[in-house]
Design a protein around this ligand. Structure first.
Ligand code: GLY
Length: 404
């Protein structure tokens, strides 16, 4: 067993990162400096994932942890849409610490996902490969990771329909959907835009831009919230219906959907500098940040329109995704707007790093955050930890630290 229980971050680096990331904004000084909050949260996360690695059952068919539900660790095969997040979190812990043990673990779990580069049956190949191989390439430059990512992008591109102008999300739901596109799919464009830089003669940039443009046109409502699923006629590109799959109603604002949209358009602005993508990200940010049913701790209910609010479950994963996205988005806007995004993200980070959401080491099945909601309508993964909540929380901590 490897020992992942220590976390060594040079204090000089921390001080520099914090100073850059959190320079004065006129805010009331908080009880504990944010630097200390981040430091403690990273150390706790490292302890948890060290515990997780030590307790993860060796199961070749289901080698990766997804959640801890009904008192049991749920493990998944590599084809599960969430399979990239655990390796990605290990890469972030390597980035946070520089500790070669984290790198070795990240490499081991990343390697398991190699078969998914050939997966043409889902849009999730972007999530799966970019969180794992993408971070691995970024942090190590390992040349063997590049062709895996390129093959993955090629597999993903087979799902693009030029008449619709989108990548098809799911093949399942035959009879219910014809050509479903979910807002989550915006997240897969990060892999495509990486591929566009690697292979400018390929179709990746055009596919990404068409997908992002079509989604702006058809997914968003007048109040700037996003629908979960738009179903298209692949022969004509006509919208057949706008419905939900994981929200409380077709007309509701499913919290994680808003988070995926915010993050996705922030990435698309980073990659293109097209002001329409920045505007879209800012509209989603405003919808979320000003929502009258956003709780005071800024961790949303799983759906902004659940009639059971304030007794509805929260979704800490949505908060982590929003927090990380805002920490990037603040770099693209004027100083006053940036200060607002920063303050909101800081409030979220402090909430998530508090005992209300951050698990005690050795509890929570080894996961970092408590209180996420996976699929409420299916009565699945309600008020549980989820691997993607941990991944975006670690990313947000690194971004707040000024490292990533
Ligand atoms: N992409 C599926 C989810 O967010 O639950």
């Amino acid at each position: 067993m490897t020992n992942h229980l220590s976390l060594k971050i040079p204090s000089s680096l921390l001080a520099l990162g914090f100073a850059l990331a959190w320079s004065p904004a006129g805010a009331t000084p908080a009880a504990e400096p944010l630097a200390g909050v981040i430091d403690t949260a990273l150390a706790t996360s490292a302890k948890q994932y060290g515990w997780m690695l030590a307790h993860l059952p060796a199961d070749a068919a289901r080698p990766l942890p997804r959640t801890f539900e009904h008192g049991k660790l749920v493990t998944i095969p590599t084809r599960d849409w969430t399979s990239g997040f655990f390796p990605g979190s290990l890469w972030y812990l390597f980035e946070a610490t520089g500790d070669a043990q984290w790198r070795a673990s990240a490499e081991k779990f990343t390697a398991l996902l190699a078969p998914e580069q050939h997966n043409t049956k889902t849009h999730d190949v972007g999530f799966i490969l970019y969180c794992s191989y993408g971070n691995g390439l970024r942090l190590t430059g390992n040349p063997a990771y590049r062709p895996v990512l390129l093959t993955g992008a090629k597999s993903l591109s087979t799902r693009f329909n030029p008449t619709v102008g989108c990548i098809k999300s799911w093949d399942h739901g035959v009879g219910q959907f014809t050509f479903p596109v979910i807002i989550d799919n915006m997240m897969n464009l990060e892999l495509m835009m990486w591929a566009a830089r690697e292979d400018p003669t390929g179709p990746y940039r055009n596919i990404s831009l068409r997908h992002a443009d079509t989604t702006i046109l058809n997914h968003f409502r007048p109040d700037d919230s996003t629908v979960h699923v738009v179903d298209y006629d692949p022969a004509t590109g006509r919208v057949i219906k706008r419905v939900t799959h994981q929200g409380t109603a077709d007309s509701s604002a499913w919290a994680r959907g808003q988070a995926w949209g915010l993050y996705g358009y922030t990435v698309m602005y980073r990659e293109t500098k097209d002001p329409r993508y920045l505007a879209q990200a800012q509209k989603i940010a405003a919808f979320v940040m000003n929502h009258p049913r956003l709780p005071a701790d800024k961790v949303p209910y799983w759906d902004f329109d659940d009639v059971k609010i304030p007794d509805a479950p929260r979704d800490s994963s949505a908060a982590a995704i929003i927090c990380s996205a805002l920490l990037e988005l603040r770099g693209y806007v004027d100083a006053a707007t940036a200060a607002g995004y920063r303050a909101f993200a800081e409030a979220q980070l402090r909430s998530l790093a508090s005992p209300a959401y951050l698990a005690e080491p050795g509890t929570n099945g080894g996961f970092i955050l408590k209180h996420a909601t996976g699929n409420h309508p299916k009565n699945s993964e309600i008020d549980v930890p989820i691997n993607y909540g941990d991944y975006y929380f670690l990313e947000a901590l690194l971004r707040a630290r000024g490292v990533k």
